[in-house]
Design a protein around this ligand. Sequence first.
Ligand SMILES: CC(C)(COP(=O)(O)OP(=O)(O)OC[C@H]1O[C@@H](n2cnc3c(N)ncnc32)[C@H](O)[C@@H]1OP(=O)(O)O)[C@@H](O)C(=O)NCCC(=O)NCCS
Length: 177
Amino acid sequence: MLEGKNVNLRVVEKEDLPQLAEWINDPDFYGEYEPLIQVTRVELEKQYDNLLSEERWFIVEKKDGSSIGGMSHFPEGKLIEIGYTLIPGERGKSYCTEAVKLMIDYLFLSKNIIRVQAPTDPRNISSQRVLEKAGFKKEAIVRKSNVIRGKWRDRALYSILRKEWKEPKILTKTAPG
Ligand SMILES: CC(C)(COP(=O)(O)OP(=O)(O)OC[C@H]1O[C@@H](n2cnc3c(N)ncnc32)[C@H](O)[C@@H]1OP(=O)(O)O)[C@@H](O)C(=O)NCCC(=O)NCCS
C-alpha cells in the first residue's frame, strides 16, 4: 500500500476486476478525451494475468477504504508511462494530483529510471493541471496519435525527470515489489 495524506494506492487484486470492468464499460469513466472501451470480465482477467513485469495496475482509494479510481504504470518501449482515471463523483477534489505524486515517488524510489511520461489530450485541461501540479513539464505534441470518438487526435506528451523530482513529495511508506 502506498499511503498519501488523503488517498492511498493499492495494487489491483483479482477481486477488483469486476469493479474495474464496471467502470471501464461506463463511457463517463474515461470521458470525452479518452478512447471508448467495452470489455468483458474474462477479457480483463486475461489482460491482468498477462501483465508484463514492468506493468502494474493500482486502485486509488480514499482513507475510508472506498475505491475512487484506477492508476497504472506500464512500459512504453524502454520508458515508463502512467495513466489515471477517477470516477466522476470524486473529480475536482485534488485526489488525482495526490495520487500522481504518490506514484511518481514510488517509481523513482523503486526503479532505476530517469524519467516518467504521461500523454494526454490537449483539450483535457484537468489532466494537464494534474500533471503540472505533480511537477511534469509539457515536452511535445504527438500529432494524430490517438483515436477519440472516431477522429484522429493529437496528444500532448508530459514528462518528469528524476533530477526534477529530487525527493519524495508525499510517500511515507513503500510497499515491496
Ligand atoms: C483527469 C482526471 C483524472 C483529473 O482528476 P481530478 O481529481 O479532477 O484532478 P484534481 O482535482 O487533482 O486537479 C484538477 C485540476 O484541474 C483544474 N481544472 C479542471 N477543469 C478545468 C478547466 N476547464 N479549466 C481550468 N482548470 C480546470 C482544477 O481546478 C484542478 O486544478 P486546481 O487544483 O489548480 O484548482 C479526471 O478528470 C478524470 O478521471 N477524467 C476522465 C479520464 C481522464 O481524462 N483521464 C486522464 C487521461 S490522460
